[in-house]
Design a binder for this molecule. Structure first.
Ligand code: 13P
Ligand code: SF4
Length: 305
């Protein structure tokens, strides 16, 4: 019997990879899609924590990551033993973790969030009078503390791509524009950049902001996130002057090396069943990690339905 192969691609993969996919999206959209996918094989053109999330949500499918090296610095900078000790030092707090985390990390969490729903989920917990700790992204946590006046203790890991955006280079680029200029940014960027931004949001949030832009058509829009999304923004609004935000003068190098390991050859091989199969998580590990992920998905389906 022929195997049903479903290919998922994150917005940060190259355009050619997105064109090979059955579904392109941000991490929340791809998790929801993976959960419902009627597939024997799910090829996840993204990074490892995303493929692990797909396996946890759809354990009967064979999930393949095209390149075993596709990790994420938020995962590699987090020692799970140290995280456990940190979590235990706040016994009366709710532990909220960003989806960019390993399965073991998720299992130590009460809630998982993505950049799309993090504001709403943490807002909901504060409304209930809960105390919250947030891991692993300290830039995202610092932004939430600043934006909403929270006092969440933060774990300290960063996205090695977004953390390179800096205020001075952005001010220089914005100042060099002769006319109107906007900055939109992903919350993995450093706080001074986020404070300066006209819009802060997830990958899909930024894409929607661009799609709906109704301001001056001559304006320059700087985009502070991974460069893959510029392809989708350009397709949606070819009329706009969209530019990759600079990291420092003369450099446009904010490309995620792990996302870009999803080459055409690697994805084609994965569609034949060759790649890193996510078969190393035990049922107990998957069950423990599924609880906070499902909590997030149920919340998202109720709030964004
Ligand atoms: P999204 O949740 O916006 O898809 O972001 C995932 C990611 O890895 C950003 O760097
Ligand atoms: Fe991880 Fe950053 Fe790459 Fe996203 S862009 S996968 S957060 S290293």
């Amino acid at each position: 019997m022929t195997q049903r192969v479903v290919t998922l691609a994150h917005y940060y993969t190259q355009p050619e990879i997105q064109q090979m996919a059955d579904k392109v999206g941000d991490s929340l959209e791809l998790s929801l899609f993976a959960r419902e996918a009627e597939a024997d094989i799910i090829v996840f053109a993204g990074v490892r924590f995303m493929a692990e999330t797909a396996k946890i949500l759809n354990p009967n499918a064979t999930v393949i990551l095209p390149d075993a090296g596709s990790t994420c610095s938020l995962v590699t900078q987090t020692d799970v033993g140290a995280l456990k000790a940190w979590r235990e030092s706040y016994p009366d707090h709710v532990h909220v973790s960003y989806i960019n985390s390993s399965a073991e990390h998720k299992a130590l969490s009460d809630w998982i969030v993505t950049s799309r729903n993090v504001d709403d989920i943490i807002g909901h917990l504060y409304e209930q009078g809960q105390k919250v700790i947030f891991s692993p992204d300290r830039n995202m946590g610092a932004y939430l503390n600043y934006q909403y006046g929270y006092d969440m203790p933060l774990w300290s890991a960063v996205c090695e791509v977004h953390d390179k955006f800096n205020e001075a280079a952005l001010n220089e680029a914005l100042g060099a524009v002769n006319g109107e200029a906007y900055l939109i940014a992903h919350p993995e960027s450093p706080l001074p950049v986020l404070k300066r931004a006209d819009y802060v949001g997830s990958t899909s949030g930024m894409l929607n902001w661009v799609k709906q832009f109704s301001g001056n058509p001559e304006a320059v829009i700087f985009v502070a996130t991974e460069d893959g999304i510029l392809y989708n923004m350009g397709l949606a609004r070819p009329d706009l002057d969209l530019r990759q935000a600079p990291i420092y003068a003369g450099c446009q190098c904010n490309s995620c090396p792990y996302m870009k390991m999803n080459t055409i050859e690697a994805v084609k091989r994965a569609q034949q069943g060759i790649g890193l199969e996510i078969d190393y998580l035990t049922p107990a590990q998957m069950d423990a990690a599924r609880v906070p992920i499902e909590r997030m998905l149920d919340f998202s389906q109720r709030y964004y339905a």
